[in-house]
Design a protein around this ligand. Structure first.
Ligand code: URA
Length: 234
């Protein structure tokens, strides 16, 4: 790929802007020598204003989503893209959430520009289980685990019952819920169907990948190949 297209696809600017940056000598090799448009050293050797380039596609990031951020790019309020470098919103191929979280759900959000990987993560056949910690308004009564595991629970407005989900009670009003799929507001609607109300919800893991302990709310990091592999281990 040509240098201009490479940088434009990473969101460093339009092709015209990138051409200007190259002419200004902002794009260099590791030693600080200005690159020409027709030069394309290996990705890791290119510098933009002295800094290494953002990772090339395919990129997969893990983000610890705070409360109050939507996963939708077009939302007028705070979005998860506001937590990333601004140029990440300009990347081509685009970086998209692999399984959205509600505005008021916190925790692990994976984002990738790899469409095939994204579909693999969200498709129920991949068995990437999503684990949530839920804090509830009312005490758990005891019938919920059986209801969630039944495989027959039908949510309002849906035509197919939910796949079996597991519930582990960890407190009077606290539980871990593990889903095999990701329907709209699923955990909140499941507890509503059981006569309860979710006060707070956090996603702890996707497949075998746990929200890293050292990732503070609002922070993100690129995932290694080994970590990406753990998504498909249960
Ligand atoms: N279930 C929900 O209700 N909300 C989420 O954000 C994720 C799962």
């Amino acid at each position: 790929m040509k240098l201009v297209k490479l940088l434009a696809n990473l969101g460093y600017g339009s092709r015209k802007e990138v051409q200007r940056f190259i002419r200004q000598g902002v794009v260099t090799d590791e030693g600080g020598r200005a690159l020409k448009e027709n030069e394309v050293p290996p990705h890791g050797q290119i510098r933009f204003r002295g800094e290494p380039l953002d990772p090339a596609p395919p990129l997969v990031i893990a983000l610890n989503k705070p409360d109050g951020y939507t996963c939708s790019f077009d939302d007028p309020g705070n979005t998860v893209y506001d937590l990333l470098p601004p140029r990440f919103a300009e990347r081509s191929p685009a970086l998209n959430p692999a399984g959205r979280l509600d505005k008021d759900t916190t925790g692990l959000l994976l984002m990738t520009d790899d469409g095939k990987l994204l579909h693999r993560i969200i498709h129920p056949k991949s068995h990437c289980r999503k684990r949530y910690h839920a804090i509830l308004d009312r005490p758990i009564e005891g019938h919920e685990a059986e209801l969630f595991a039944s495989g027959t629970l039908m949510l309002n407005g849906e035509s197919k019952p939910l796949l079996s989900a597991s519930l582990e009670v960890i407190g009077e009003k606290e539980a871990l819920v593990t889903l095999q799929e990701g329907r709209y507001h699923q955990v909140r609607r499941m507890f509503a169907a059981a006569g309860n109300h979710v006060l707070a919800l956090k996603r702890l893991s996707i497949g075998g990948f746990q929200l890293p302990d050292d990732l503070e709310e609002g922070q993100w990091r690129a995932m290694s190949e080994e970590e990406i592999g753990t998504i498909f281990q249960s």
